[in-house]
Design a protein around this ligand. Structure first.
Ligand code: SAM
Length: 246
């Protein structure tokens, strides 16, 4: 397995670090991504083509310190995101004519799936500037004009605009999980927002108090390549957050 990905997965239980980008113009970032990823469809939503890091890419084999940017979460389609993407494509009623916020969008596949499912308005949100460039490229690759991208940390903000907040593989850090939990509860209580979480059963997620207020709505077997990259995880699920229903 690539050293970079191995360290990323290890960091999954810890703090996310973002090193200063050496070159950060959108054009440079897009050119970097195009040269260092390849188009992938062997995931749960093969309808969506994505530029991702694979064993055929140079950086798969190099040590993490050679990677010029912050941790490339955007270069992987995480199992939680894959489950959400599949769920949106198979259940378009969940997103059709709705306003969707894809929080922690990474490569952007969940946003693209929501748009394909008929969402009226989709915004991808990620605090990593390289994810913005990857998202724009992935939109183009799937014949979509760039969907809106929000680079701000919106956790804690008023979320009245959204019918659905989707979170793929976002419960990987205890502090982040706690602040998400507080915010999501407020979004639901104040605005009746539907909250959907994709997660393959990671420790931080299964052990978090939010578990008591979740209802599993779908579960999928992961493709072989995703299983190999994710230390023996075999399935990924979509959960609906329903505070007060524990
Ligand atoms: C494990 S990746 C999941 C990516 C995508 N949802 C998927 O399932 O493929 C987590 C993503 O969350 C982003 N992230 C971390 N903290 C965030 C925050 N406070 N607000 C928005 N995005 C954040 C990271 O930059 C990263 O792209």
């Amino acid at each position: 397995m690539l050293p970079l990905l191995r360290s990323l997965l290890r960091a999954h239980g810890g703090r996310v670090l973002y090193s200063a980008a050496r070159h950060s113009s959108a054009t440079y970032l897009q050119s970097f991504i195009l040269h260092n990823t390849e188009v992938v469809t062997d995931h749960l939503t093969p309808e969506i083509r994505l530029l991702l890091l694979t064993p055929r890419c140079k950086y798969w084999h190099l040590r993490p310190e050679h990677w010029p940017y912050g941790d490339p979460y955007w270069a992987i389609y995480w199992p939680g995101g894959q489950a959400l993407g599949r769920y949106f494509l198979d259940n378009p009623d969940v997103v059709r004519c709705r306003r969707i916020m894809d929080l922690g969008s990474g490569c952007g596949a969940v946003s693209i799936a929501a748009k394909m499912g008929g969402a009226s308005y989709v915004v991808a949100n990620d605090i990593d500037p390289v994810a913005a460039a990857a998202f724009a490229l992935n939109c183009q690759l799937n014949g979509m004009d760039d969907l809106p991208f929000d680079p701000e940390n919106i956790i804690g903000d008023d979320a009245g605009l959204w019918d659905v907040i989707a979170l793929g593989d976002m419960f990987y850090d205890e502090q982040l999980a706690d602040s998400l939990h507080r915010w999501l509860r407020r979004c639901m209580e104040q605005h009746g927002t539907t909250v959907l979480i994709g997660d393959p059963g990671r420790g931080h997620f299964l052990g978090h108090p939010i578990q008591k207020q979740l209802q599993k709505v779908a579960e999928y077997s992961l493709p072989e390549s995703t299983k190999q990259e994710n230390y023996g995880l075999t399935t990924s699920a979509v959960w609906r957050y329903q505070p007060g229903c524990s």
